[in-house]
Design a protein around this ligand. Structure first.
Ligand SMILES: NC(=O)c1ccc[n+]([C@@H]2O[C@H](COP(=O)([O-])OP(=O)(O)OC[C@H]3O[C@@H](n4cnc5c(N)ncnc54)[C@H](OP(=O)(O)O)[C@@H]3O)[C@@H](O)[C@H]2O)c1
Length: 356
């Protein structure tokens, strides 16, 4: 069992709020935390929870904020800015660290701290949301079905809309093009580098490569060195992604980024509950061995932000139940390839192997 309390940092954000709601549904009493005193206090008072206010800029304040805490659920992103100071504090104070990042650079930075985390007895488990729990569990399941696999392709179709925070994170990491794994190394590629037809379960859809978190994590989970991740997008979006190859530098300019971020702040915080109830996630994965044997599996589940709240709280409960493993972990390494099947509404389907 993990002793100490659960602290949800960034609890006042769109996704943080969904995670708090889910934690309450499950009978947990997390401590709410963030840097915005008014919002965090109002949120905590409304549901009768304790709260703490501290900024990530002051290491001693973060350490003080973690006193008596056993596990942090970090929801404040973009994580390229926020993960490091929270992970530093977790390692100093020996508190397990969970987050909902989907950013490749953040996964890799935490993976590089594996030995440090093991020495402190701390689990560093990023990516306990939509990106990457279902896709990471699918990757591990495919590797289990075909242990000789050397190539892995993953794809997803997320129907339900994006939050302000996700869009901000995309803008802040924009202009960087795509990313795949080749021979175990992260290799930059142009935006929308490859396009293929993928059947997510409702007939073939055009899907194109994106630099999704699994480009990092699937390798750590499966050891498979060649990984590509695809997203189903309408043809017009794909054309925009291709155009971004030529104007991606624009996103790198402070003025354009500031303009886009101002536009995002005028939007609603994220999909409302009706949109989330209507939404659905579909995931697909294909593993291929050098002898041309191939296996395909698919998953369907709730809309992405709903799924994020469900998987994040399920991960917290695993940790509280003694399921933490010291060191850097991926969701499937920490809790097994079938972890995602414990989530209500998630169904996995295995297609017949080809070339067996
Ligand atoms: N992997 C996944 O599947 C998944 C799913 C959902 C969300 N996410 C990611 O989670 C992050 C949050 O998304 P969201 O929709 O909840 O966004 P949001 O509504 O904009 O909330 C962002 C939260 O982060 C806090 N924050 C931001 N920068 C901070 C900093 N430097 N120091 C301290 N707190 C900071 C904000 O605090 P203030 O209110 O004080 O600004 C707020 O609490 C994004 O990076 C998003 O991409 C990932």
């Amino acid at each position: 069992m993990t002793s100490g309390r659960v602290l949800i940092y960034g609890s006042n954000g769109y996704t943080g709020r969904l995670i708090v709601e889910r934690a309450l549904e499950r009978g947990l009493r997390p401590v709410l935390a963030g840097r915005n005193a008014d919002e965090v206090q109002r949120q905590a008072d409304a549901v009768g929870l304790d709260h703490r206010v501290f900024s990530l800029d002051d290491p001693s304040a973060v350490d003080a904020g973690l006193v008596g805490v056993g596990v942090v659920m970090h929801c404040a992103g973009p994580f390229a800015r926020t993960s490091r100071p929270m992970a530093d504090a977790c390692l100093r104070t020996r508190v397990h660290y969970l987050d909902i990042t989907g950013e490749i650079a953040v996964f890799e930075a935490l993976a590089a701290r594996d030995a440090e985390a093991k020495a402190s007895g701390v689990m560093l488990l990023p990516g306990v949301g939509f990106d990457v729990v279902p896709s990471d569990c699918l990757a591990a399941h495919l590797a289990r079905r075909l242990p000789t696999a050397t190539r892995l392709s993953l794809g997803f179709q997320a129907l339900g809309g994006l939050s302000r925070g996700t869009t901000t994170t995309m803008i802040e990491s924009g202009g960087g093009g795509g990313m795949v794994r080749r021979g175990g190394a992260l290799v930059p590629v142009p935006a929308a580098w490859k396009t293929r037809r993928i059947d997510f379960g409702k007939g073939p859809r055009l899907a194109t490569t994106i630099p999704w978190g699994d480009v990092s994590t699937a390798f750590h989970s499966t050891g498979i060195g060649d990984v590509e991740v695809y997203v189903a997008v309408p043809a017009a979006t794909r054309r925009l992604m291709i155009a971004s190859r030529y104007v991606g530098w624009l996103l790198g300019t402070a003025a354009v980024r500031a303009f886009l971020l101002r536009a995002v702040r005028r939007r609603p915080p994220g999909p409302d509950s009706a949109a989330r109830a209507r939404g659905v996630s579909r995931l697909w994965g294909e593993a291929e061995a050098p002898d041309d044997r191939l296996v395909v599996s698919r998953l369907t589940g709730p809309e992405g932000y709903t799924l994020t709240a469900l998987t994040a709280v399920a991960a917290i409960e695993k940790v509280l139940g003694g399921g933490a493993r010291a060191g850097f972990q991926t969701p499937s390494r920490a809790f097994g390839a079938d972890f995602v099947l414990e989530i209500d509404g998630v169904v996995r389907e295995d297609l017949a192997p080809i070339g067996a």
